[in-house]
Design a protein around this ligand. Structure first.
Ligand code: SF4
Ligand code: SF4
Length: 320
């Protein structure tokens, strides 16, 4: 936890401090480290200086927001398709629910419209994430990578895949063209023996290496079971403290033109599982900058009030 003794904490709501100020400081530090480690760009950050830098970045972010009226988005995810090659029982984004409800695909024009609106409203997007479902299903992905990487206001672009699909030539070219700003991240489900026959990790690793595209893989050793939402928010009262600590408040996902706190909330809004009133309507907003500020300063997000968080450990990516 950051100490802000010289900052008038009483001015800042807990939520705003955590989801905006601290998250901006963390993402700035994390992305600067990423840029150096992956792309050999920027400066080397001594891990021993991390806390000092976090303090410094936090203070700058405070000054940016309150004195300079500068708004920076710490992290934002664009869900470019709800279609997926897997059907995980405990998918934290509830993606398999779209199989019966009908899928949502983001076209390149949608992508450009949402991103143009956001970059016009803010000064910086520190960590821009493209995901799904499985994003490689979307044929417009190469154009999206190019467009995102052309934005000076975006610091780093991350493409997240589940490692089940081959990268086609068009996608490889786009990633190669942008290999100082974009990188690939594979959610590694290989601990699940049943999935081994369909995972293409080695093939993807080799192709990316041959094309000088940077890759990271996540260690998915265990998941928690997905308990979805309560119908009555009093039923989740006991877990309010846990919800305040939920790490997914940093995810902030765009699906179908709306920004929600996380992918689970986005799915709930889109499929009408909950009555969510606090998502940001990117396309129709009259004052997107103010709507984003309201989003970041809201103490308790509608979806979080109904969200059931489990601590029951399970194997990653068990199929329905
Ligand atoms: S967890 Fe990932 S791979 Fe599994 S269904 Fe959800 S989006 Fe698809
Ligand atoms: S809805 Fe809120 S509490 Fe639930 S996973 Fe998303 S951010 Fe966490």
């Amino acid at each position: 936890m950051l100490h802000t003794s010289d900052i008038e904490e009483k001015l800042i709501s807990k939520s705003f401090k955590r989801r905006y100020l601290e998250e901006n400081a963390r993402q700035r530090l994390g992305m600067e480290m990423q840029k150096f480690l992956l792309f050999r760009e920027g400066k080397f950050i001594n891990p021993l200086k991390k806390n000092e830098l976090l303090q410094e970045y936090f203070k700058e972010e405070y000054d940016n927001f309150f004195n300079k009226k500068i708004i920076n988005i710490p992290q934002i995810e664009f869900c470019i398709t709800t279609k997926c090659t897997l059907k995980c029982k405990d998918c934290c984004a509830l993606i398999p629910k779209f199989n019966s409800a009908g899928h949502i695909d983001m076209t390149f024009n949608d992508f450009k419209l949402y991103l143009d609106k956001l970059t016009a409203a803010v000064d910086m997007i520190r960590h821009f994430v493209i995901l799904g479902g499985e994003p490689l299903i979307n044929p417009d992905l190469p154009k999206m990578i190019d467009y995102a990487c052309q934005q000076n206001k975006i610091f780093i672009v991350q493409l997240i895949t589940n490692g089940t699909m081959k990268f086609n030539e068009e996608l490889l070219s786009a990633l190669k063209r942008n290999n100082k700003k974009a990188y690939v991240y594979i959610s590694n489900y290989s601990i699940n023996e049943a999935l081994k026959p369909i995972l293409k990790h080695e093939e993807i690793k080799n192709t990316l290496k041959e094309n000088d595209i940077k890759l990271q893989m996540a260690d998915n050793k265990e998941w928690v079971t997905e308990k979805e939402f309560a119908t009555d928010k009093t039923a989740v009262e006991v877990s309010q403290e846990k919800i305040k600590e939920c790490f997914r408040v940093q995810c902030n996902q765009v699906l179908n033109g709306h920004l929600d706190i996380c992918s689970k909330a986005a799915t709930a809004r889109e499929l009408g599982l909950l009555n969510i009133k606090d998502s940001v309507d990117i396309v129709n907003s009259k004052d997107l900058k103010q709507d984003l500020i309201d989003f970041y300063t809201k103490d308790l997000i509608d979806a979080c009030e109904y969200c059931i968080l489990s601590n029951e450990i399970t194997q990653p990516a068990i199929q329905e």
